[in-house]
Design a protein around this ligand. Structure first.
Ligand code: IYR
Length: 249
């Protein structure tokens, strides 16, 4: 066990500083720029962020009002700040505002969903779980929303010379990028839906992505249709999702 755990004393003295001189001789490092905020400001920001996050909802009726490309690009840039295994950033955000492409996406997604909902590809337990959302095989929002973004995960990398390299923790990395994407969209005043037509394999050829990429989720993006309704869902309380372990301070 590390010394600090056995003695109960914690200090800022590290026996194994990072980066080690040897590491720093082999790879570039820079100083991390950070300024501590006053405690009161930290609490204020934490509360403000939480209050905003609480208001986010998945939306299924979008307005067709246009959204500037610059906003989509900024959301993607924010999403791409997500941590990723070995900093491989194993993702591509394929965006379209082309009515023809969106229409093709809608038709293909609805075809898959018809098999799910109408031809019993979803089992009874699954149908029951999504019943409160009231989803069905109609995916009109894929045509109405001004933008549709499909997030692809890179299962491996292909280098210039044609050789391949494995990526690590791809699902975890892309999941975090997806979360940041959703938060960035909400923060700029847009809404989205995390849509996972199942199976999603049709998206890769439709969007002309290479074979090392696999669809992770798709996001219709825009403004909510005025007066749109959402299921009256409750979020789990802190008690249900949080435990503190060990002696309390
Ligand atoms: N993919 C289907 C079904 C669906 C599944 C889950 I889990 C949801 O939370 C909602 C829907 C669809 O998109 O309709």
């Amino acid at each position: 066990m590390p010394k600090s755990v056995t003695t109960g004393t914690v200090s800022n003295t590290y026996e194994n500083p990072y980066p080690s001189p040897d590491l720093e001789a082999r790879f570039p490092f820079v100083s991390y720029q950070f300024q501590r905020r006053p405690k009161a400001e930290m609490l204020e920001r934490a509360q403000a962020f939480h209050a905003q996050a609480e208001k986010r909802r998945s939306i299924r009726m979008f307005s067709s009002d246009p959204v500037p490309r610059e906003l989509i690009e900024l959301a993607v840039r924010s999403a791409s700040t997500a941590p990723s295994g070995a900093h491989k950033q194993p993702w591509t955000f394929a965006a379209t505002q082309d009515p023809e492409v969106k229409s093709i996406l809608r038709v293909a997604a609805e075809k898959e969903e018809q098999a799910n909902y109408l031809l019993n590809r979803m089992n009874a337990e699954w149908i029951e779980a999504v019943a409160p959302m009231g989803t069905d095989h109609h995916k009109e929002y894929l045509e109405v929303a001004p933008w549709v973004v499909v997030l692809f995960e890179h299962r491996y990398e292909r280098r210039q010379d044609g050789s391949t390299r494995k990526n690590y923790y791809v699902k975890e990395s892309v999941g975090m990028a997806a979360g940041l994407f959703v938060a960035a969209l909400q923060n700029m005043g847009l809404v989205t839906l995390t849509h996972t037509p199942s199976p999603m394999a049709f998206l890769r050829p439709l969007l002309g992505r290479p074979e090392n990429e696999r669809p992770f989720a798709m996001f219709p993006i825009g403004y909510p249709l005025e007066g749109v309704k959402v299921p009256d869902l409750r979020r789990k309380s802190l008690d249900e999702i949080y435990v503190e372990v060990g002696q309390e301070e």
